[in-house]
Design a protein around this ligand. Structure first.
Ligand code: FES
Length: 161
């Protein structure tokens, strides 16, 4: 679990920060809060004397940053070489359609968020999907659909309990 630091504390840790500190600061905020909110971006902009729009523009260039809070189930689809060769792209297509989100986004009900990652270090199990820290091996689109449905069913059981 990462330590939760406020944006103010992170900015205080970078007292004479200039524009070249932008990426490390954004990384720390995302590590602490899980994503970059509009409010955090505004605070960074004030501290670095940069317009929020510019910061947003820079951050969107790097696909490591997300701008929405993660969902209850955070789905990471590996698109590293081994997983790509074994067809992870088809699972990614399926899951974007099934959840109606693009990588970096969270479903409206905040249940699922989607992220595309490079190699997760489990190439022998390719194609790999990781949900909330749990690895799923040799994931086909059909298998991923089943896993997503199981998550939904689990939630329904909780809701009806
Ligand atoms: S490429 Fe997917 S785990 Fe290595």
């Amino acid at each position: 679990m990462p330590t939760v630091k406020s944006v103010e504390t992170i900015l205080l840790d970078h007292p004479d920060a200039g524009r070249d500190h932008l990426i490390p600061i954004l990384q720390e905020i995302q590590e602490s809060e899980g994503f970059l909110s509009q409010e955090s971006i505004t605070k960074v902009g004030q501290a670095l004397a940069m317009p929020s729009s510019k910061i947003f523009g820079v951050a969107t260039f790097f696909n490591m940053f997300r701008f929405q809070a993660k969902g209850k189930y955070h789905v990471m689809v590996c698109r590293g070489t081994a997983c790509h060769v074994k067809g992870s792209g088809r699972s990614l297509d399926m899951v974007t359609k099934a959840l109606k989100v693009q990588p970096g986004e969270t479903t409206r009900d905040k249940m699922f968020s989607l992220e595309v990652v490079a190699c997760m270090g489990a190439c022998g199990l390719a194609p790999v999907v990781n949900i909330n820290g749990q690895f799923y091996a040799k994931v086909s689109p059909m298998k991923l659909q089943r896993i997503i449905e199981e998550c939904r069913e689990k939630e329904q059981v909780h809701a009806n309990a």
